[in-house]
Each structure stands twice: as structure tokens, then as C-alpha cells.
Design a protein around this ligand. Structure first.
Ligand code: ZN
Length: 344
């Protein structure tokens, strides 16, 4: 298997100071991939900047100028938790362009699958608004780009970040060509992602929300991936699967209360890869969203790339959760979501 990874030092120049979403995240990932020897087996994909026209597939033109001008003025806070620096606009257009480039490499058959190791992340960014550490919605821009360039009829976006990707959902809420499926802690930031949010108009049914109570771990996530994500994907039959890969779902992450382990992520990724292999010639692109415990993040990205490479032996240096939470019973929630989406 030829697996690509997008990386460029430009992503380190989005300088957020002491913020949890900082350049150290990518540095930790790259250094861990080097240590495990996996980096040498992956194919480096050099990103390009997304053009203003490409970013405008999702974002308002005035908003794009606003982000550019904010950076030119030296940066600053865009909302209560999103900060920029002089190079943030440049990093952001390379982040969007990085996911586009990864998608091109996969669709053109240059690599079997790819992981865009980019920042700033994207899934909270709205057409007119930066939000939750995100400037441009990288995965949404790549999906719009791929629909147009490759004349795809359907794309599925799977988002396992611990937060709901409200920006991605909103971008495609009435779009029948893009199915957005999200697992997230709920109720939690940003507040959206209830089971009743299923899309509107022609897009009714192509938004699938799986809001999970705090404390869910590998078994709960695997049940959801087997019982909901798998039949949804098979029925939708996408030509490409994009993944908003957020590793703040890991038990060691300080931002949320989920209990997924590195091994759990590996098993979820194996299910997603299986779906891509079965449904869309393996066309599969991951993009980095959250993940703030550096050891958990680096090991989880390493495990993800290893599964994409076809390795069956996964290193989980952090092991299973050490915190003692009650395990929530999500049987009824799964049944309810299967009912809402008419899954047998
Ligand atoms: Zn997140």
C-alpha cells in the first residue's frame, strides 16, 4: 500500500502561543512517525496553497479577506478561543490546499490513501465565521473541490473528533451529494449535533449525528461504527471518503471525557478503510482536526497510518484508559438513531 502524508513547515507558522492548538502538535506527530520508522514508509505530499476561488467554494469572499487582513495586521483573537498570528493566513490556505492535494493524489491513483497533517484545523469553521481553533473548513473545501473536479456523485465525510463539526454539517446540510456522519460527545461544545439534525430539503437524511454521552470508549465507538456508520456508508455508496480525524476522543486528552484508546482508533480506522476498499476503490483521505495530548495524538496518528499501510500490528504505548468512569449503555441510543435513519 502506498500511503501519502501531507506536511510542510508552513503549518508550524500559525503561531498560537500557549494555546492548546499549537505547533507542538504537528512536531510531536512527525517526530513520533520518525521514531517508529513509519515515516520512511510513507510518501511525502508537498501541499500547495488553496486559491481564493477554492476557499470560496465554502467561505464568503469578505470573510476570506477578513482573515487575510487580520493576519497582515499581525493577527489576534477572532473569537473567544481562536487566535491568529502574522503567518496564519498563509498556513490556513496551505492547510486547505493540503487536503485538496491529498485528495488529488488519491483520486489520481498516485497513492492508495493519504493523511493531511495540517493545521489550523477546520471542522468548526463556518462560511462567515472562524470558530473553535478553525479558520477555513479544510475538509469541506476538499469535498466541494472533489465533487467538481472528479464529477463525483457522492462523498461521505466521517468525523470522529470528540467535538461536533458544526461547520461541515452546515456547509452540506441541504446537499444530497455529501453525507456528513459525526460521532461526538454530547451535550458539549459547540452545542450542535443532536440526533434530530438530519439535513434539510434535498439533503434530508444525509446528515447523520451520533451524539454520545461522556465516558464512551472503544466498545461503544466500535458498536457505532459497526451498527450505524457501516450500513449508512453502504447505502450511500460514496465515490470518496474523507475523514475529519480528531484524536481528542482519546482517554488521555484533557479537553473532553471520552475513553477511546490508540487501539480503538486503529480498529475504527480499519472499519473505515474496509468501507473505502469495498465501496470506492479505497479512495480515502484523512485530515487532522483536534487532539491535544501530544503522546496520545502522536501514537494515534501513527496507528492510523499503520492501518492505512495494511499493518495488523499496532503499537499502543498508552494502553487502555486509566480513569475509572462508569461505562454508559448506548444500546437505546443506537436503536433510536437506526430508527431515525431507517437502518434495518
Ligand atoms: Zn475537537
Amino acid at each position: 500500500m502506498k500511503v501519502g502524508y501531507v506536511y510542510d513547515p508552513i503549518y508550524l507558522k500559525h503561531d498560537t502561543g500557549g494555546h492548546v492548538e499549537n505547533a507542538g502538535r504537528l512536531e510531536a506527530i512527525i517526530s513520533h512517525l520518525e521514531q517508529t520508522g513509519l515515516k520512511q514508509q510513507l510518501t511525502l505530499i508537498k501541499p500547495r496553497p488553496a486559491s481564493a476561488e477554492e476557499i470560496a467554494l465554502v467561505h464568503d469572499k469578505q470573510y476570506i479577506s477578513h482573515i487575510q487582513e487580520a493576519a497582515q495586521r499581525g493577527g489576534g483573537w477572532l473569537d473567544a478561543d481562536t487566535v491568529t498570528s502574522p503567518d496564519s493566513y498563509q498556513a490556513a490556505i496551505y492547510a486547505a490546499g493540503g487536503v485538496i492535494k491529498a485528495t488529488e493524489m488519491v483520486m489520481d491513483g498516485e497513492v492508495n490513501s493519504a493523511f493531511a497533517l495540517v493545521r489550523p484545523p477546520g471542522h468548526h469553521a463556518l462560511a462567515y465565521q472562524a470558530m473553535g481553533f478553525c479558520l477555513f473548513n479544510n475538509v469541506a473545501i476538499a469535498a466541494k473541490y472533489a465533487l467538481a473536479k472528479y464529477k463525483l456523485e457522492r462523498i461521505m465525510i466521517i468525523d470522529f473528533d470528540v467535538h461536533h463539526g458544526n461547520g461541515t454539517q452546515e456547509t452540506f446540510y441541504d446537499d444530497p451529494q455529501v453525507l456528513y456522519l459525526s460521532t461526538h460527545e454530547y451535550p458539549f461544545y459547540p452545542g450542535t449535533g443532536g440526533t434530530g439534525e438530519t439535513g434539510s430539503g434535498a439533503g434530508e437524511g444525509t446528515t447523520v449525528n451520533i451524539p454520545l454521552p461522556a465516558g464512551c470508549g472503544d466498545n461503544e465507538y466500535l458498536s457505532v461504527f459497526e451498527q450505524i456508520a457501516t450500513p449508512v456508508a453502504k447505502r450511500f455508496n460514496p465515490g470518496l471518503i474523507l475523514v475529519s480525524a480528531g484524536y481528542d476522543t482519546h482517554w488521555a486528552d484533557g479537553l473532553a471525557l471520552m475513553q477511546v484508546s490508540v487501539s480503538g482508533f486503529a480498529r475504527m480506522v480499519a472499519i473505515i478503510k474496509g468501507l473505502a476498499d469495498e465501496l470506492c476503490s479505497g479512495h480515502l483521505v484523512f485530515t487532522l482536526e483536534g487532539g491535544y495530548n501530544l503522546n496520545a495524538l502522536a501514537a494515534s496518528v501513527n496507528a492510523t497510518c499503520a492501518v492505512l499501510m495494511g499493518n495488523s500490528e499496532i503499537e499502543d504505548p498508552l494502553g487502555p484508559p486509566s480513569r475509572d468512569f462508569g461505562i454508559p449503555d448506548i444500546t437505546r441510543l443506537i436503536e433510536s438513531i437506526k430508527g431515525i435513519h431507517n437502518l434495518a
